[in-house]
Design a protein. Structure first.
Length: 69
């Protein structure tokens, strides 16, 4: 079947080429979308937890002092 469609080209070469192309597209999409997410530093994460009400003011102040040193 492959010989009648593409004369002289191995089906493994065609499949490999398609795989490389798909992986390249996936890499580019990942780089374009993944760069928008910046990791938070520890103090920023602490502020967010306090803002969401996950920790109280006393716990926030204690942890902030530890992280600020």
């Amino acid at each position: 079947m492959w010989n009648s469609v593409i004369e002289g080209i191995s089906p493994h070469l065609v499949a490999g080429s398609i795989m490389v192309a798909v992986m390249g597209v996936m890499f580019v999409v990942h780089k374009m979308t993944g760069s928008k997410h910046k990791p938070h530093d520890a103090l920023e994460e602490l502020r967010l937890r306090f803002a969401r009400g996950e920790i109280n003011r006393e716990e926030y102040e204690e942890r902030r002092k530890v992280l600020s040193t």
